[in-house]
Design a protein around this ligand. Structure first.
Ligand SMILES: Cc1ncc(COP(=O)(O)O)c(C=O)c1O
Length: 396
C-alpha cells in the first residue's frame, strides 16, 4: 500500500497513516482489504532445487506466513529498524532480545523499574547461563558510565517503568553504551513506536508487548523485537533457533488492532491525562506519577523525547490501611482488578514494588494504585472513582 501510484520512490507518511496502510497489499489477495489468516506448517516447493536452497519466499509455517509478514513489515516501518521478529508474548520478546546478544561470562545492566518477569528471567535463567545482572537506578542517565565493567554487554531500559513510571534519559544511556561497545535493549510497551522511537534515540533492540495496545482488546498475546542493521542477523537467527511463532489468530487480531492504534492511543492519552489531573487534585491523593503531567519529575525528558502518552499511570494515596485500598478498587464498577493493560477497558490494581527493588528504595509515602484509563465515557469513570473514594473513606 505504500507504492507511489505515479511511480518513483514510495511516499513518506506520518505514523497515523502508516498504521492504516503499512504491511497491506489488497491486490495480492484478490482485492480484499485485509491480509487473510494463513494457517500452515508445510509449505510446498515447486522444485527440488527450491526446496534444497530454501529459496522460496516462504519455506515453513513457523518461519513466516503472508499474515506474519504483513504484521512484521508494518511494525518494521513504524520502528524504523532493519527487521522485526514476532513472538508469542511480550515476555518472549524480552527473552529473545536478551538471548540474541548475551553469552556466558557477560555482565548486564537492567533498570530497577523493569517489568517483574524481566527481572525473574535475568535472576533465574540468565544467572544459570553465567550472565551477571546489576540493577541500576532508572533515573541514573549518563551516570550509568560508572557501572560499566569491561564485560558489560547489555543495558536494558524500560521507560517509563510500567508500575512506578520513572522516565529514563534514553539518549544519555545509549551514548554511554555506544562508547563502551554495549548493546541497548528497550521495552517500549508504554509509548509504542507511535509515541517514542527507540532506534531514533540510539537503542539497538526495541521491543514491545503487543498484548497491550497493539491488540487493544485484551484478547491477544503477542510480542515483537525490532533490530538495527547491526543486530538484525543475530536476532533473526536466535528467534529461529528458539522456535518462536505467535498463533495466526493473534497475528491477525494484532493487524486489526494496528489499524486503529493511533486513534485509540490519542483517546487513551487525552482521557488518561484528564483523569490524572482530577486524581491529583483529590484530598485522598498524595501524588500522581504520570510523565506527561508537568509536576512529574520525568516530565522534561518526556517532553523532550516522547510524542505522547498512553493511558497507564500510578496514583500514590495518602497513608491508609490496606483494607481501605482494597475497598477503593473493589467498589469500582468500570475499573477491573486485573493485570495487563492497553485494552479498551479501565483497570485499577494495588501495587507495591518494595519487595523486588534492589538498586533503589521505593518509598513513595503511601500505597500505590496503578490505573489504566480505557475507552469508556470520562464522566462515568470519574463518577466511579468518586464512589471508590467514598468506600476508601468508609474503610479507613
Ligand atoms: C512493560 C511490560 N513489558 C512486557 C510485558 C509482558 O507482556 P506479555 O504479558 O505479553 O508477556 C508486560 C505485561 O504486563 C509489561 O507490562
Amino acid at each position: 500500500m505504500t507504492k507511489n501510484k505515479n511511480g518513483g520512490a514510495p511516499r513518506a507518511y506520518r505514523s497515523a497513516t502508516e498504521v492504516v496502510i503499512a504491511g497491506r497489499d489488497p491486490f495480492e489477495f484478490e482485492g480484499f482489504v485485509n491480509t487473510p489468516i494463513f494457517r500452515g506448517s508445510t509449505v510446498l516447493s515447486p522444485t527440488a532445487e527450491q526446496f534444497l536452497n530454501h529459496s522460496g519466499r516462504y519455506t515453513y509455517g513457523r518461519r513466516g506466513t503472508p499474515t506474519t509478514s504483513a504484521l512484521s513489515e508494518a511494525l518494521k516501518k513504524l520502528e524504523g529498524g532493519a527487521g522485526v521478529v514476532l513472538t508469542p508474548s511480550g515476555l518472549s520478546a524480552i527473552t529473545t532480545a536478551f538471548l540474541s546478544v548475551v553469552k556466558s561470562g557477560d555482565h548486564i545492566l537492567v533498570t530497577d523499574s523493569a517489568y517483574g518477569p524481566t527481572r525473574k528471567f535475568c535472576n533465574d535463567i540468565l544467572a544459570a547461563l553465567g550472565v551477571e545482572t546489576t540493577y541500576y537506578d532508572p533515573t541514573i542517565g549518563a551516570g550509568i558510565a560508572a557501572l560499566m565493567k569491561p564485560n558489560t554487554r547489555v543495558i536494558f531500559l524500560e521507560a517509563p517503568g510500567s508500575l512506578t513510571f520513572e522516565m529514563q534519559d534514553v539518549p544519555a544511556i545509549t551514548a554511554v553504551a555506544k562508547k563502551h561497545g554495549a548493546v541497548t535493549i528497550m521495552d517500549n510497551t508504554w509509548a509504542t513506536p507511535l509515541y517514542f522511537k527507540p532506534h531514533a534515540h540510539g537503542v539497538d533492540l526495541s521491543l514491545e508487548a503487543g498484548t497491550k495496545y497493539l491488540g487493544g482488546h485484551a484478547d491477544v498475546n503477542l510480542g515483537w523485537v525490532s533490530a538495527t542493521e547491526q543486530y538484525w542477523p543475530k536476532l533473526y537467527d536466535t528467534h529461529g533457533s528458539l522456535g518462536l511463532c505467535p498463533g495466526p489468530e493473534d497475528v491477525f487480531l494484532s493487524l486489526r488492532g494496528l489499524r486503529t492504534l493511533a486513534i485509540r492511543l490519542a483517546h487513551h492519552m487525552e482521557a488518561g491525562l484528564k483523569v490524572a489531573r482530577w486524581l491529583a487534585a483529590r484530598p485522598e491523593v498524595l501524588r500522581v506519577q504520570h510523565p506527561a503531567l508537568e509536576s512529574d519529575p520525568g516530565h522534561a525528558i518526556w517532553k523532550r523525547d516522547f510524542q505522547g502518552a498512553c493511558g497507564l499511570f500510578a496514583v500514590i494515596l495518602k497513608p491508609c490501611p490496606a483494607k481501605a485500598v482494597a475497598a477503593f478498587v473493589e467498589e469500582l464498577e468500570l475499573f477491573g482488578i486485573g493485570a495487563s493493560w492497553g485494552g479498551y477497558e479501565s483497570l485499577a490494581i494495588p501495587f507495591d514494588v518494595t519487595k523486588f527493588r534492589t538498586a533503589t528504595k521505593w518509598n513513595p509515602g503511601g500505597p500505590g494504585v496503578r490505573i489504566h484509563i480505557g475507552l469508556e465515557d470520562l464522566n462515568d469513570l470519574i463518577a466511579d472513582l468518586e464512589r471508590g473514594f467514598a468506600a476508601l473513606k468508609a474503610a479507613s
